[in-house]
Ligand binder design. Structure first.
Ligand SMILES: NC(=O)c1ccc[n+]([C@@H]2O[C@H](COP(=O)([O-])OP(=O)(O)OC[C@H]3O[C@@H](n4cnc5c(N)ncnc54)[C@H](O)[C@@H]3O)[C@@H](O)[C@H]2O)c1
Length: 265
């Protein structure tokens, strides 16, 4: 199936590794021009170089998505360079802990042990990251009457996850934002959807997955059959479809890509 996104311009946030990186590679392979965002220049540039080496067009763009001014400048830079910004993938969602090399959500703590600084970090990145980036791209998409906004949420936001209370809240909030925005901008042919992973093997989850041992496989109906957990490519394929011309009649929806972990309506 031709996805019809050759030469469309995409911005993927938090894309220097993990799920975001694979979304960039997949969109690049479909012929989209890809702006790879991260807070780390070297990560963003490395993914952009992978796309270029495969014959695609890409650039690394650094901005902290929690900073509206920086996000606005990044979107302007991309639009100036490539004349448009058609596809936004709000993927950044796991905070970088500045004081260490480790990334973590809420430190895996129970809510009663968590504190305001952890909530602020989680809510800031997920809630304001999505608000900032969506706000920055909308005017151009509306003017051109074509756009795709896809946010990577989490099944934690659909069914709740212990030790991830603020994270679950923030991800659920992105669903509300997406549905409301979808109703506002349908008239401009802009669609707004969410892709919802459960555990997906990335650097951010490697240690946790290892600690779970064999029992994690029992939580995923498809894991036994396929002898694997979720991979970044599973998420990237769903994003590519929702970003495509073929998905123009789909908006305000949440698609879980989770091996059957949760089956929320
Ligand atoms: N991996 C999973 O099991 C899983 C499950 C459900 C949902 N998700 C969601 O998928 C998305 C990607 O997860 P991942 O596992 O690939 O994460 P990851 O930590 O491997 O990669 C995220 C990237 O985002 C960057 N980043 C962090 N803060 C940023 C900011 N403020 N601005 C710009 N970039 C920033 C980091 O530098 C990192 O390179 C997140 O939204 C996460 O909540 C992941």
């Amino acid at each position: 199936m031709d996805l019809g996104i050759k030469d469309r311009v995409a911005l993927v946030t938090g894309a220097g590794r993990g799920i975001g990186r694979q979304i960039c590679l997949t969109l690049g392979a479909e012929g989209a021009k890809v702006a790879v965002n991260d807070v780390f220049q070297e990560r963003a540039d490395a993914v952009a170089n992978e796309i270029k080496q495969a014959g695609g067009e890409a650039m690394g763009v650094v901005a902290d998505v929690t900073d509206l001014e920086a996000v606005t400048a990044m979107v302007k830079r991309i639009s100036d360079e490539w004349g448009a910004l058609d596809i936004l993938v709000n993927n950044a969602g796991i905070p970088v802990i500045a004081s260490s090399e480790d990334d973590a959500v809420e430190g895996g703590q129970f809510f009663s042990q968590s504190d305001r600084s952890q909530w602020d970090r989680t809510m800031g990145l997920i809630t304001y990251g999505v608000l900032n980036c969506s706000r920055a791209v909308l005017e151009g998409m509306s003017e051109r009457c074509w756009g795709r906004i896809i946010s990577i949420i989490s099944d934690a936001g659909r069914v709740g996850e212990p030790r991830l209370v603020a994270y679950s809240m923030a991800k659920a909030g992105v669903v509300g934002l997406s549905k409301a925005l979808a109703k506002e901008v349908g008239r401009y042919c802009v669609t707004v959807n969410c892709v919802s992973p459960a555990t997906t093997e990335t650097d951010a989850t490697a240690a946790w997955i290892q600690a779970q041992g064999e029992r994690i496989m029992r939580q995923y109906p498809l894991a036994k059959g396929l002898s694997r957990l979720g991979q970044p490519s599973d998420i990237a394929n769903a994003v590519a479809f929702l970003a495509s011309e073929r998905a123009e009649w789909i908006t305000g929806q949440v698609l879980s890509v989770n091996g059957g972990y949760s089956m929320a309506d």
